[in-house]
Design a protein around this ligand. Structure first.
Ligand SMILES: *[C@@H]1O[C@H](CO)[C@@H](O)[C@H](O)[C@H]1NC(C)=O
Ligand SMILES: *[C@@H]1O[C@H](CO)[C@@H](O)[C@H](O)[C@H]1NC(C)=O
Ligand SMILES: *[C@@H]1O[C@H](CO)[C@@H](O)[C@H](O)[C@H]1NC(C)=O
Length: 396
């Protein structure tokens, strides 16, 4: 079903290319939609903020491009979700995006990009594809984040920074502070939006299909399908077109967001910005990351990657992979969850809250608001419901 859908996408993209012509610079989009083709640095520049690009090298040689909107204030690190990138903090435009709001409030804004996404595909060595893509969210938490945090603290001569993560951006925070607990003291506070660790109660429509296909995914990953949710120009053009308000095939956009995220009303996304938002996602990640999340759902716990019994014994000295020790996370935490979130469910967040020792604040958005997962960063109401709160928390 999923694969048929991919094929359909390619056919429609082709038709759109014929219609608009691939040589036209803006692919037939009017000026206000020209942001579709802007990367993080260009988006920041377009809105007249200063921008810096920094290269972080991890201890295992991965090259990460992170961006900064420099200010004298407290450094704040913004960490994107799965298969996503730093773009996600800018695509709501200058008045509503968290990155710009924080810069306006005087914070020194740093934008993370995990290994494997479209900005962070380099490595110091010439690795084979198989070697390069051999990572999951664990390495993002245990290697990318420490290198990034140390880099920022050294560049700013600060002893601590504040952390804001969304979805997988919270997962890798849990990995960091449980596997490398000395990092707890390098963080003032962490604001965790739609936190994801245990995902026993996930409700997205495709989860049963994914679970049943676990063996097939493992097989595909072993056979060389290293990357998932990758970013490419055709897909960007496809999204920008079918998700356009005027698109006669907008139902395709709705269908995709429903099957992937359980999102039934695209109307919750700012209409005219939707082509810009959807053309910036996805940004790519490893198949192993996706498999690791799926394992969490299948095994009903938040554990290290399962390689099968024999290799587990070699790597972990145990048949089953060890759990991430949430009790070691003593950074002050603020959690924001929503009753209408099908990925970060309030049932799972309840278990998290029982296991995390230092939650200083918890916000639960109720059913009346009907606030879904992607709305935390991409929704029309994100600025009012989320960004306002984040700025308030960071200022106190
Ligand atoms: C990198 O390795 C591949 C084979 O894995 C080889 O074909 C290529 O020439 C190498 N590139 C460099 C710059 O060494
Ligand atoms: C991938 O990483 C695991 C764990 O670090 C290691 O055991 C395995 O040999 C690696 N595989 C490849 C192809 O590099
Ligand atoms: C849900 O939240 C909104 C906004 O915080 C509030 O106004 C409303 O009273 C709440 N509804 C219920 C049933 O708790």
């Amino acid at each position: 079903m999923k694969f048929g859908f991919v094929l359909l996408k390619h056919i429609i993209t082709f038709l759109l290319l014929v219609r608009y012509g691939a040589t036209d610079k803006n692919n037939g989009f009017s000026d206000e939609n020209s942001e579709i083709f802007l990367d993080s640095v260009q988006l920041i520049t377009k809105y007249n903020y200063p921008v810096q690009k920094h290269l972080v090298v991890t201890e295992d040689g991965y090259l990460l491009n992170i961006f900064r909107i420099p200010k004298r204030g407290t450094p704040v690190l913004l960490v994107h979700g799965i298969g996503d990138s730093s773009d996600s903090w800018m695509v709501l435009g200058p008045k509503s995006s968290l990155a710009f709001r924080l810069a306006d409030a005087g914070f020194d804004v740093w934008l993370f990009n995990s290994r494997g996404n479209k900005y962070s595909k380099g490595h110091v060595k010439n690795l084979s594809k198989k070697q390069y893509w051999n990572f999951s969210f664990e390495e993002m938490g245990s290697k990318d984040l420490p290198a990034t945090i140390d880099y920022i603290l050294s560049a700013t001569s600060e002893s601590k920074l504040s952390y804001v993560g969304f979805s997988q951006g919270t997962t890798i925070f849990f990995v960091l502070c449980s596997m490398r607990p000395t990092y707890n003291s390098k963080i003032n506070q962490a604001i965790l939006l739609a936190p994801v660790a245990e995902i026993n109660n996930i409700k997205i429509p495709l989860i049963n299909f994914y679970t049943k296909s676990y063996d097939m995914f493992t097989f595909l990953a072993a056979a060389g399908v290293n990357e998932v949710f990758s970013s490419n120009v055709l897909l960007n053009i496809y999204h920008a077109n079918v998700c356009n308000l005027k698109s006669p095939v907008r139902w395709l956009c709705e269908l995709e967001f429903y099957t992937n995220f359980g999102l039934s009303k695209l109307g919750k996304f700012s209409g005219e910005r939707l082509p810009i938002i959807t053309s910036h996602i996805p940004a790519g990640t490893s198949s192993k990351t996706f498999l690791h999340f799926l394992q969490g759902y299948i095994f009903k716990s938040f554990r290290r990657f399962d390689y099968g019994e024999q290799i587990n014994v070699k790597i972990y000295n145990s048949i089953i992979p060890p759990m991430y020790e949430l009790s070691k996370i003593d950074t002050p935490l603020i959690l924001v969850a929503s009753e209408s979130d099908w990925l970060s469910t309030v049932e799972d967040v309840k278990v998290l809250r029982e296991n995390l020792p230092n939650i200083v604040n918890y916000v639960e958005l109720n059913k009346t608001l009907d606030f879904t997962h992607l709305e935390f960063v991409y929704g029309e109401r994100a600025n009012l419901v989320i960004n306002e709160r984040v700025i308030d928390f960071l200022q106190t």
